[in-house]
Ligand binder design. Structure first.
Ligand SMILES: Nc1nc2c(ncn2[C@@H]2O[C@H](COP(=O)(O)OP(=O)(O)OP(=O)(O)O)[C@@H](O)[C@H]2O)c(=O)[nH]1
Ligand SMILES: [Mg+2]
Length: 418
Protein backbone atom coordinates (compact mmCIF):
# COMPACT_ATOMS: atom_id res chain seq x y z
CA UNK A 1 0.00 0.00 0.00
CA UNK A 2 1.41 3.45 -0.84
CA UNK A 3 2.06 5.95 1.96
CA UNK A 4 -1.16 7.44 3.38
CA UNK A 5 -2.86 9.27 0.58
CA UNK A 6 -4.00 12.79 1.25
CA UNK A 7 -7.71 12.94 0.46
CA UNK A 8 -10.17 15.77 -0.12
CA UNK A 9 -13.89 15.12 0.43
CA UNK A 10 -16.56 16.85 -1.61
CA UNK A 11 -20.25 17.00 -0.73
CA UNK A 12 -23.17 18.65 -2.46
CA UNK A 13 -25.80 20.30 -0.29
CA UNK A 14 -29.14 20.11 -2.06
CA UNK A 15 -32.16 21.98 -0.64
CA UNK A 16 -33.84 18.77 0.58
CA UNK A 17 -30.72 17.66 2.47
CA UNK A 18 -30.35 18.98 6.01
CA UNK A 19 -26.98 20.34 7.14
CA UNK A 20 -26.49 17.70 9.79
CA UNK A 21 -27.40 14.93 7.33
CA UNK A 22 -24.69 16.09 4.97
CA UNK A 23 -22.17 16.35 7.83
CA UNK A 24 -23.05 12.85 9.04
CA UNK A 25 -22.67 11.49 5.53
CA UNK A 26 -19.28 13.18 5.16
CA UNK A 27 -18.23 11.81 8.57
CA UNK A 28 -19.02 8.35 7.32
CA UNK A 29 -17.17 9.04 4.05
CA UNK A 30 -14.15 10.08 6.12
CA UNK A 31 -14.36 6.80 8.03
CA UNK A 32 -14.47 4.95 4.72
CA UNK A 33 -11.36 6.84 3.56
CA UNK A 34 -9.53 5.88 6.78
CA UNK A 35 -10.61 2.27 6.35
CA UNK A 36 -9.20 2.36 2.80
CA UNK A 37 -5.89 3.64 4.18
CA UNK A 38 -6.17 7.35 3.36
CA UNK A 39 -6.11 10.53 5.43
CA UNK A 40 -8.64 13.32 4.98
CA UNK A 41 -7.01 16.74 4.55
CA UNK A 42 -10.12 18.84 3.99
CA UNK A 43 -13.81 18.85 3.13
CA UNK A 44 -15.46 21.06 0.57
CA UNK A 45 -19.22 21.53 0.43
CA UNK A 46 -21.19 23.28 -2.28
CA UNK A 47 -24.78 24.37 -1.98
CA UNK A 48 -26.82 24.12 -5.16
CA UNK A 49 -30.42 23.54 -6.11
CA UNK A 50 -29.41 20.58 -8.28
CA UNK A 51 -26.25 18.89 -9.60
CA UNK A 52 -24.82 20.02 -12.94
CA UNK A 53 -24.73 17.39 -15.64
CA UNK A 54 -21.11 18.06 -16.67
CA UNK A 55 -19.34 18.33 -13.30
CA UNK A 56 -21.93 17.41 -10.66
CA UNK A 57 -20.80 20.57 -8.81
CA UNK A 58 -20.31 23.94 -10.50
CA UNK A 59 -17.37 24.42 -12.86
CA UNK A 60 -16.04 27.29 -10.73
CA UNK A 61 -16.10 25.04 -7.67
CA UNK A 62 -14.18 22.37 -9.58
CA UNK A 63 -11.51 24.95 -10.39
CA UNK A 64 -11.40 25.96 -6.74
CA UNK A 65 -10.89 22.30 -5.81
CA UNK A 66 -8.00 22.15 -8.28
CA UNK A 67 -6.31 25.01 -6.40
CA UNK A 68 -6.96 23.50 -2.99
CA UNK A 69 -5.50 20.21 -4.21
CA UNK A 70 -2.32 22.01 -5.19
CA UNK A 71 -2.06 23.80 -1.83
CA UNK A 72 -2.75 20.74 0.30
CA UNK A 73 -0.89 18.26 -1.86
CA UNK A 74 -4.01 16.17 -2.37
CA UNK A 75 -3.66 12.80 -4.12
CA UNK A 76 -7.30 11.88 -4.32
CA UNK A 77 -10.69 13.65 -4.38
CA UNK A 78 -13.68 11.64 -3.17
CA UNK A 79 -17.26 12.71 -3.91
CA UNK A 80 -19.92 11.63 -1.46
CA UNK A 81 -22.45 10.96 -4.20
CA UNK A 82 -22.26 8.83 -7.28
CA UNK A 83 -20.79 10.51 -10.33
CA UNK A 84 -21.59 9.58 -13.88
CA UNK A 85 -18.58 8.37 -15.90
CA UNK A 86 -18.73 11.66 -17.83
CA UNK A 87 -18.75 13.83 -14.70
CA UNK A 88 -15.85 11.88 -13.27
CA UNK A 89 -13.82 12.37 -16.47
CA UNK A 90 -14.59 16.09 -16.69
CA UNK A 91 -13.70 16.61 -13.05
CA UNK A 92 -10.37 14.77 -13.43
CA UNK A 93 -9.57 16.99 -16.37
CA UNK A 94 -10.05 20.18 -14.33
CA UNK A 95 -8.85 19.00 -10.92
CA UNK A 96 -5.86 17.12 -12.36
CA UNK A 97 -5.97 14.55 -9.59
CA UNK A 98 -7.65 11.20 -9.23
CA UNK A 99 -11.40 11.60 -8.65
CA UNK A 100 -13.61 8.81 -7.34
CA UNK A 101 -17.06 8.61 -5.79
CA UNK A 102 -18.45 6.82 -2.73
CA UNK A 103 -19.11 3.69 -4.78
CA UNK A 104 -15.53 3.60 -6.09
CA UNK A 105 -14.26 3.95 -2.54
CA UNK A 106 -16.47 1.19 -1.15
CA UNK A 107 -15.44 -1.10 -3.99
CA UNK A 108 -11.82 -0.40 -3.14
CA UNK A 109 -12.37 -1.38 0.51
CA UNK A 110 -14.15 -4.53 -0.55
CA UNK A 111 -11.19 -5.37 -2.80
CA UNK A 112 -8.85 -5.09 0.19
CA UNK A 113 -11.15 -7.12 2.42
CA UNK A 114 -12.02 -10.02 0.11
CA UNK A 115 -10.11 -13.11 1.15
CA UNK A 116 -12.01 -16.11 -0.13
CA UNK A 117 -12.21 -17.05 -3.78
CA UNK A 118 -15.92 -16.30 -3.76
CA UNK A 119 -15.44 -12.90 -2.18
CA UNK A 120 -12.70 -11.97 -4.61
CA UNK A 121 -14.75 -13.03 -7.62
CA UNK A 122 -17.74 -11.01 -6.48
CA UNK A 123 -15.66 -7.90 -5.84
CA UNK A 124 -13.93 -8.18 -9.19
CA UNK A 125 -17.28 -8.51 -10.90
CA UNK A 126 -18.60 -5.39 -9.17
CA UNK A 127 -15.44 -3.44 -9.95
CA UNK A 128 -15.37 -4.37 -13.61
CA UNK A 129 -19.02 -3.45 -13.99
CA UNK A 130 -18.27 -0.11 -12.36
CA UNK A 131 -15.20 0.42 -14.54
CA UNK A 132 -16.61 -0.59 -17.89
CA UNK A 133 -18.55 2.61 -18.65
CA UNK A 134 -15.58 4.61 -17.37
CA UNK A 135 -13.11 3.17 -19.83
CA UNK A 136 -13.25 5.83 -22.49
CA UNK A 137 -10.15 7.55 -23.70
CA UNK A 138 -6.65 6.91 -22.56
CA UNK A 139 -6.52 9.76 -20.07
CA UNK A 140 -8.56 8.01 -17.48
CA UNK A 141 -6.88 4.66 -17.93
CA UNK A 142 -3.42 6.14 -17.52
CA UNK A 143 -4.48 8.27 -14.59
CA UNK A 144 -5.58 5.12 -12.83
CA UNK A 145 -2.24 3.44 -13.16
CA UNK A 146 -0.77 5.37 -10.25
CA UNK A 147 -2.02 2.89 -7.65
CA UNK A 148 -3.62 3.70 -4.32
CA UNK A 149 -7.25 4.11 -3.34
CA UNK A 150 -9.67 3.48 -6.16
CA UNK A 151 -7.25 1.46 -8.23
CA UNK A 152 -7.03 -1.78 -6.27
CA UNK A 153 -8.82 -4.91 -7.22
CA UNK A 154 -8.70 -6.28 -10.70
CA UNK A 155 -5.06 -5.17 -10.97
CA UNK A 156 -3.62 -2.38 -13.01
CA UNK A 157 -2.85 -4.53 -16.04
CA UNK A 158 -6.50 -5.46 -16.16
CA UNK A 159 -7.34 -1.80 -16.68
CA UNK A 160 -5.22 -1.61 -19.82
CA UNK A 161 -7.25 -4.17 -21.65
CA UNK A 162 -9.98 -2.94 -23.90
CA UNK A 163 -13.69 -3.07 -23.23
CA UNK A 164 -14.18 -6.25 -25.16
CA UNK A 165 -11.74 -8.15 -23.04
CA UNK A 166 -13.34 -6.76 -19.90
CA UNK A 167 -16.72 -7.90 -21.15
CA UNK A 168 -15.33 -11.39 -21.74
CA UNK A 169 -13.87 -11.36 -18.25
CA UNK A 170 -17.21 -10.23 -16.77
CA UNK A 171 -18.97 -13.07 -18.54
CA UNK A 172 -16.42 -15.56 -17.24
CA UNK A 173 -16.63 -14.30 -13.64
CA UNK A 174 -20.41 -14.33 -13.81
CA UNK A 175 -20.22 -18.02 -14.72
CA UNK A 176 -17.79 -18.71 -11.87
CA UNK A 177 -19.94 -16.77 -9.41
CA UNK A 178 -22.98 -18.70 -10.59
CA UNK A 179 -21.10 -21.96 -9.99
CA UNK A 180 -20.23 -20.89 -6.43
CA UNK A 181 -23.80 -19.77 -5.94
CA UNK A 182 -25.11 -23.18 -7.02
CA UNK A 183 -22.66 -24.80 -4.67
CA UNK A 184 -23.98 -22.66 -1.81
CA UNK A 185 -27.52 -23.46 -2.84
CA UNK A 186 -26.82 -27.21 -2.72
CA UNK A 187 -25.18 -26.79 0.65
CA UNK A 188 -28.23 -24.92 1.92
CA UNK A 189 -30.55 -27.60 0.54
CA UNK A 190 -28.58 -30.15 2.50
CA UNK A 191 -28.81 -28.00 5.60
CA UNK A 192 -32.54 -27.81 5.10
CA UNK A 193 -32.82 -31.59 5.31
CA UNK A 194 -31.46 -31.47 8.83
CA UNK A 195 -34.16 -29.32 10.36
CA UNK A 196 -31.97 -26.77 12.09
CA UNK A 197 -33.23 -23.19 11.80
CA UNK A 198 -30.78 -20.69 10.32
CA UNK A 199 -30.47 -17.23 11.86
CA UNK A 200 -28.63 -14.51 9.93
CA UNK A 201 -27.00 -11.55 11.63
CA UNK A 202 -27.77 -8.38 9.72
CA UNK A 203 -27.07 -4.73 10.39
CA UNK A 204 -25.18 -1.63 9.51
CA UNK A 205 -21.44 -2.09 9.13
CA UNK A 206 -19.55 -1.85 12.46
CA UNK A 207 -22.69 -2.48 14.55
CA UNK A 208 -21.04 -5.42 16.32
CA UNK A 209 -22.38 -8.44 14.41
CA UNK A 210 -19.12 -10.39 14.45
CA UNK A 211 -18.52 -9.56 18.13
CA UNK A 212 -21.92 -11.01 18.92
CA UNK A 213 -21.31 -14.14 16.84
CA UNK A 214 -18.07 -14.68 18.73
CA UNK A 215 -19.84 -14.30 22.07
CA UNK A 216 -22.71 -16.58 21.11
CA UNK A 217 -20.74 -19.37 19.52
CA UNK A 218 -17.07 -19.02 20.44
CA UNK A 219 -16.36 -18.35 16.79
CA UNK A 220 -13.17 -16.51 16.05
CA UNK A 221 -14.38 -14.07 13.46
CA UNK A 222 -12.26 -10.96 12.98
CA UNK A 223 -13.58 -7.90 14.80
CA UNK A 224 -12.35 -4.43 13.95
CA UNK A 225 -13.38 -0.88 14.55
CA UNK A 226 -13.44 -0.41 10.80
CA UNK A 227 -16.16 -0.48 8.19
CA UNK A 228 -16.66 -3.74 6.33
CA UNK A 229 -14.42 -5.87 8.55
CA UNK A 230 -16.45 -8.89 7.48
CA UNK A 231 -17.14 -9.81 3.88
CA UNK A 232 -17.40 -13.56 3.74
CA UNK A 233 -20.17 -15.46 5.52
CA UNK A 234 -19.31 -17.57 8.57
CA UNK A 235 -21.83 -20.03 9.99
CA UNK A 236 -21.66 -21.53 13.48
CA UNK A 237 -23.81 -23.85 15.54
CA UNK A 238 -25.46 -22.55 18.64
CA UNK A 239 -27.42 -24.42 21.30
CA UNK A 240 -30.29 -22.46 22.82
CA UNK A 241 -31.06 -22.76 26.55
CA UNK A 242 -33.88 -25.24 25.81
CA UNK A 243 -31.41 -27.48 23.97
CA UNK A 244 -32.56 -26.56 20.48
CA UNK A 245 -29.79 -26.31 17.89
CA UNK A 246 -29.67 -23.34 15.51
CA UNK A 247 -27.18 -22.17 12.91
CA UNK A 248 -26.09 -18.56 13.06
CA UNK A 249 -24.53 -16.76 10.11
CA UNK A 250 -22.48 -13.58 10.13
CA UNK A 251 -22.01 -11.75 6.88
CA UNK A 252 -21.30 -8.46 5.14
CA UNK A 253 -22.72 -5.34 6.76
CA UNK A 254 -24.87 -2.75 5.04
CA UNK A 255 -24.19 0.94 4.43
CA UNK A 256 -26.10 3.93 3.18
CA UNK A 257 -25.83 4.31 -0.61
CA UNK A 258 -24.66 0.69 -0.90
CA UNK A 259 -23.47 0.46 -4.50
CA UNK A 260 -25.96 -1.45 -6.61
CA UNK A 261 -23.05 -3.14 -8.39
CA UNK A 262 -22.13 -4.71 -5.06
CA UNK A 263 -25.64 -5.85 -4.24
CA UNK A 264 -25.81 -7.38 -7.71
CA UNK A 265 -22.40 -9.03 -7.50
CA UNK A 266 -22.82 -10.16 -3.90
CA UNK A 267 -26.03 -12.07 -4.59
CA UNK A 268 -24.46 -15.33 -3.56
CA UNK A 269 -23.26 -13.94 -0.22
CA UNK A 270 -26.49 -12.05 0.41
CA UNK A 271 -28.55 -15.19 -0.17
CA UNK A 272 -27.41 -16.25 3.28
CA UNK A 273 -29.68 -13.45 4.49
CA UNK A 274 -32.58 -14.02 2.13
CA UNK A 275 -32.63 -17.76 2.82
CA UNK A 276 -32.40 -17.56 6.60
CA UNK A 277 -35.36 -18.53 8.78
CA UNK A 278 -34.90 -15.59 11.09
CA UNK A 279 -32.88 -12.37 11.13
CA UNK A 280 -31.07 -10.84 14.06
CA UNK A 281 -30.85 -7.12 13.34
CA UNK A 282 -27.93 -5.65 15.30
CA UNK A 283 -28.14 -1.90 15.86
CA UNK A 284 -25.35 0.31 17.21
CA UNK A 285 -27.21 2.10 20.00
CA UNK A 286 -24.39 4.58 20.53
CA UNK A 287 -24.15 5.78 16.94
CA UNK A 288 -25.38 9.33 16.33
CA UNK A 289 -27.02 8.22 13.06
CA UNK A 290 -28.91 5.34 14.65
CA UNK A 291 -32.21 6.28 13.07
CA UNK A 292 -30.87 6.61 9.56
CA UNK A 293 -28.75 3.44 9.91
CA UNK A 294 -31.77 1.43 11.02
CA UNK A 295 -33.81 2.81 8.13
CA UNK A 296 -31.03 1.92 5.69
CA UNK A 297 -30.91 -1.68 6.89
CA UNK A 298 -34.68 -1.98 6.63
CA UNK A 299 -34.61 -0.52 3.12
CA UNK A 300 -31.87 -2.89 1.94
CA UNK A 301 -33.73 -5.88 3.43
CA UNK A 302 -36.75 -4.76 1.45
CA UNK A 303 -34.66 -4.53 -1.73
CA UNK A 304 -33.31 -8.02 -1.09
CA UNK A 305 -36.82 -9.39 -0.68
CA UNK A 306 -36.21 -10.25 2.98
CA UNK A 307 -38.50 -7.70 4.59
CA UNK A 308 -41.19 -10.13 5.67
CA UNK A 309 -38.84 -12.37 7.62
CA UNK A 310 -39.08 -12.87 11.33
CA UNK A 311 -36.71 -10.29 12.84
CA UNK A 312 -35.31 -9.91 16.33
CA UNK A 313 -34.01 -6.33 16.57
CA UNK A 314 -31.30 -5.74 19.13
CA UNK A 315 -29.73 -2.53 20.41
CA UNK A 316 -26.01 -3.26 20.88
CA UNK A 317 -23.18 -1.26 22.51
CA UNK A 318 -25.53 -0.07 25.26
CA UNK A 319 -22.47 0.08 27.54
CA UNK A 320 -21.47 3.21 25.62
CA UNK A 321 -24.68 5.05 26.48
CA UNK A 322 -24.00 7.52 29.25
CA UNK A 323 -27.66 8.00 29.95
CA UNK A 324 -29.21 4.56 30.41
CA UNK A 325 -32.72 5.95 30.24
CA UNK A 326 -32.05 6.56 26.54
CA UNK A 327 -32.45 2.84 25.87
CA UNK A 328 -36.24 2.98 26.03
CA UNK A 329 -36.42 5.88 23.62
CA UNK A 330 -33.93 4.28 21.19
CA UNK A 331 -35.84 1.02 21.31
CA UNK A 332 -38.98 2.87 20.36
CA UNK A 333 -37.29 4.67 17.43
CA UNK A 334 -35.76 1.49 16.07
CA UNK A 335 -38.41 -1.10 17.01
CA UNK A 336 -35.75 -2.96 18.98
CA UNK A 337 -37.05 -5.66 21.30
CA UNK A 338 -34.06 -5.75 23.62
CA UNK A 339 -30.79 -4.11 24.52
CA UNK A 340 -27.42 -5.83 24.94
CA UNK A 341 -23.70 -5.23 25.02
CA UNK A 342 -21.90 -7.86 22.99
CA UNK A 343 -18.52 -6.60 24.17
CA UNK A 344 -19.36 -6.84 27.89
CA UNK A 345 -21.68 -9.82 27.38
CA UNK A 346 -24.57 -8.02 28.98
CA UNK A 347 -28.11 -9.39 28.49
CA UNK A 348 -26.90 -12.18 26.19
CA UNK A 349 -29.07 -14.65 28.15
CA UNK A 350 -32.10 -12.45 27.48
CA UNK A 351 -31.23 -12.42 23.79
CA UNK A 352 -31.06 -16.22 23.68
CA UNK A 353 -34.43 -16.42 25.43
CA UNK A 354 -35.94 -14.02 22.91
CA UNK A 355 -34.56 -16.00 19.95
CA UNK A 356 -35.98 -19.14 21.50
CA UNK A 357 -39.34 -17.52 22.10
CA UNK A 358 -39.62 -16.21 18.55
CA UNK A 359 -38.50 -19.49 17.03
CA UNK A 360 -41.21 -21.24 18.97
CA UNK A 361 -43.66 -18.67 17.72
CA UNK A 362 -42.70 -19.68 14.20
CA UNK A 363 -43.91 -23.17 14.93
CA UNK A 364 -46.58 -24.61 12.72
CA UNK A 365 -49.51 -26.88 13.39
CA UNK A 366 -49.71 -29.84 11.05
CA UNK A 367 -52.11 -32.70 10.62
CA UNK A 368 -50.78 -35.87 9.04
CA UNK A 369 -52.01 -39.33 8.17
CA UNK A 370 -49.40 -41.74 9.44
CA UNK A 371 -49.40 -45.41 8.41
CA UNK A 372 -49.14 -47.83 11.36
CA UNK A 373 -45.76 -49.06 10.16
CA UNK A 374 -43.95 -45.76 10.65
CA UNK A 375 -40.86 -46.84 8.71
CA UNK A 376 -39.52 -43.34 8.31
CA UNK A 377 -39.53 -42.60 12.01
CA UNK A 378 -41.85 -39.63 11.64
CA UNK A 379 -43.32 -39.99 15.09
CA UNK A 380 -39.95 -39.87 16.79
CA UNK A 381 -39.04 -36.85 14.63
CA UNK A 382 -42.14 -35.08 15.91
CA UNK A 383 -41.29 -36.00 19.48
CA UNK A 384 -37.74 -34.70 18.99
CA UNK A 385 -38.60 -31.45 17.27
CA UNK A 386 -42.01 -30.57 18.59
CA UNK A 387 -45.00 -32.13 20.27
CA UNK A 388 -48.03 -34.22 19.44
CA UNK A 389 -51.25 -32.39 20.18
CA UNK A 390 -53.75 -35.08 19.28
CA UNK A 391 -53.68 -38.58 17.82
CA UNK A 392 -56.62 -40.52 16.47
CA UNK A 393 -56.22 -44.25 15.75
CA UNK A 394 -58.22 -45.38 12.73
CA UNK A 395 -58.23 -48.87 11.24
CA UNK A 396 -55.56 -48.21 8.59
CA UNK A 397 -53.71 -45.13 9.90
CA UNK A 398 -53.09 -42.72 12.73
CA UNK A 399 -54.22 -39.12 12.27
CA UNK A 400 -51.81 -36.92 14.13
CA UNK A 401 -52.06 -33.29 14.91
CA UNK A 402 -48.72 -31.85 15.95
CA UNK A 403 -46.84 -28.65 16.46
CA UNK A 404 -43.37 -28.42 14.94
CA UNK A 405 -41.09 -25.69 13.59
CA UNK A 406 -41.73 -24.76 9.99
CA UNK A 407 -38.65 -26.63 8.74
CA UNK A 408 -39.62 -29.90 10.32
CA UNK A 409 -43.10 -29.38 8.92
CA UNK A 410 -41.69 -29.21 5.40
CA UNK A 411 -39.65 -32.37 5.90
CA UNK A 412 -42.54 -34.32 7.36
CA UNK A 413 -44.88 -33.22 4.63
CA UNK A 414 -42.32 -34.25 2.00
CA UNK A 415 -41.85 -37.67 3.62
CA UNK A 416 -45.54 -38.38 4.07
CA UNK A 417 -46.64 -36.93 0.78
CA UNK A 418 -49.82 -35.37 2.10
N1 LIG B 1 -18.39 -0.59 23.42
C1 LIG B 1 -18.79 -1.61 22.66
N2 LIG B 1 -18.14 -1.87 21.51
C2 LIG B 1 -18.56 -2.92 20.75
C3 LIG B 1 -19.67 -3.72 21.14
N3 LIG B 1 -19.86 -4.65 20.19
C4 LIG B 1 -18.91 -4.43 19.25
N4 LIG B 1 -18.13 -3.40 19.57
C5 LIG B 1 -16.99 -2.85 18.83
O1 LIG B 1 -17.46 -2.34 17.60
C6 LIG B 1 -16.48 -2.54 16.56
C7 LIG B 1 -17.10 -3.28 15.40
O2 LIG B 1 -17.43 -4.59 15.81
P1 LIG B 1 -17.62 -5.78 14.76
O3 LIG B 1 -18.11 -6.96 15.54
O4 LIG B 1 -16.42 -5.96 13.91
O5 LIG B 1 -18.80 -5.16 13.90
P2 LIG B 1 -19.50 -5.79 12.58
O6 LIG B 1 -20.95 -5.44 12.67
O7 LIG B 1 -19.15 -7.23 12.44
O8 LIG B 1 -18.82 -4.89 11.46
P3 LIG B 1 -18.53 -5.24 9.89
O9 LIG B 1 -18.09 -6.65 9.77
O10 LIG B 1 -17.49 -4.26 9.57
O11 LIG B 1 -19.82 -4.96 9.18
C8 LIG B 1 -15.33 -3.29 17.23
O12 LIG B 1 -14.35 -2.35 17.59
C9 LIG B 1 -15.98 -3.93 18.45
O13 LIG B 1 -15.07 -4.15 19.51
C10 LIG B 1 -20.34 -3.41 22.38
O14 LIG B 1 -21.29 -4.03 22.82
N5 LIG B 1 -19.84 -2.34 23.08
MG1 LIG C 1 -18.15 -8.20 11.03
Amino acid sequence: MPAKEQVLLVGLKLPEVKNYELEDSLDELEQLVCTAGGRVGARIVQERTKPTSAYFIGKGKAEHIHNVCGELDVDLVVFDDNLTPGQQRNLERIIKAKVIDRTGLILDIFAQRAHTKEGKLQVELAQLQYLLPRLVGKGLILSRLGGGIGTRGPGETQLEVDRRRIRTRIAKIKKDVERVRNHRRLYREKRRLAPIPVIALVGYTNAGKSTLLNVLSNAEVGVQDKLFATLDPTTRRLRLPNGQMVLITDTVGFINKLPHQLVEAFKSTLEEVTQADMLLHIIDAAHPDIEQQTATVKRILLELGAADKQVVSVLNKTDKLKNKSLVKCLAKITDAQLAVSALYQHNIDKLLDEIQRQLAYMRKRITINLPYEDTKGILSLIHNKGRVLKSEYLTDKIVIEAEVDSKTAVIIEAQIGN
